[in-house]
Design a protein around this ligand. Structure first.
Ligand SMILES: C[S@@+](CC[C@H](N)C(=O)[O-])C[C@H]1O[C@@H](n2cnc3c(N)ncnc32)[C@H](O)[C@@H]1O
Length: 250
């Protein structure tokens, strides 16, 4: 029998283990590197395009206090960074991710739209920025993939200035009831199959529902944010499929 002292060997593209902190970061990197070319298309198809509206709402909350310097972590292919910069061209926007293949696509998209965004490689759990250097820090659909949520929040807090704002857009676990059951069925049975066909990666789109089902309930994430020091509130979107958490550093 394998004990924690004798970890099983891992394939480079192995699906991230939602409960295995040690290897999750590396597996998440390998997974997003492999699905980068099909990530945007799959986002639109699998969310029926609704993710565009969720991002707009999260961007409005992130920009509500007129921030000057903004950091978008786990920016991926940059959709949220583009939304922020498109709405508020005056902001000084840095967008970071630890997967170069995702960042390469983000850079191309920003260049095509003539949006000036600084894209940088970086681990959200060990951000390469000094304390108190941003007025807002955002994270859309990236937080769930962190191997240590408390560390992710601590880093967001650290790089925020006093009165700064953190905004997290995520998929909470589906609620109970009829809609939640339907959504679980879609998530477990349909989404992995469509994802596998379009991306050619079977594991990535079984990881997605597993990671959502293992993610803390919105109230629990709010508690974690409060424990970090944030004043928080959250809003459920589309019958609770997505949630926006706002944390103010007061
Ligand atoms: C589902 S994508 C979300 C991308 C983008 N924010 C969006 O809204 O479409 C998750 C992204 O989080 C990144 N990520 C996960 N863990 C990370 C970490 N510890 N540091 C930096 N990026 C991370 C992945 O590389 C991936 O690009």
């Amino acid at each position: 029998m394998l004990t924690p002292m004798t970890p099983a060997p891992r394939k480079p593209s192995q699906k991230p283990s939602v409960g295995d902190k040690q290897d999750k970061g590396q597996d998440v990197q390998a997974m997003f590197a492999s699905i980068a070319p099909s990530y945007d298309l799959l986002n639109r198809v699998l969310s029926f395009g609704v993710d565009i509206f969720w991002r707009k709402e999260a961007a409005a909350l992130a920009l509500a206090h007129d921030p000057k310097r903004v950091l978008d972590i786990a920016t991926g292919t940059g959709d949220f960074a583009l939304e922020l910069k498109g709405r508020a061209p005056q902001i000084d926007l840095t967008a970071s991710d630890f997967v170069p293949e995702m960042l390469a696509i983000a850079r191309e998209k920003a260049a095509a739209k003539h949006l000036e965004i600084t894209f940088e490689e970086g681990d959200a759990l060990k951000l390469p920025y000094p304390d108190a250097s941003f007025d807002a820090v955002t994270c859309t659909f990236g937080f769930r993939n962190f191997s240590d949520y408390a560390q992710g929040l601590a880093e967001m807090w650290r790089v925020l200035r006093p009165n700064g704002r953190a905004v997290i857009l995520e998929f909470p676990p589906p609620a109970r009831g009829l809609f939640g059951s339907l959504f679980r069925f879609y998530f477990r049975q349909i989404l992995p199959r469509v994802g596998a066909v379009i991306s050619g990666n079977t594991d990535a789109y079984t990881y997605l529902p597993e990671s959502v089902l293992a993610f803390p309930e919105p109230e629990r994430l709010a508690q974690l944010m409060r424990a970090t020091g944030f004043r928080t509130r959250y809003k459920l979107l589309s019958f609770g499929i997505a949630a926006i958490h706002v944390g103010d550093k007061r």
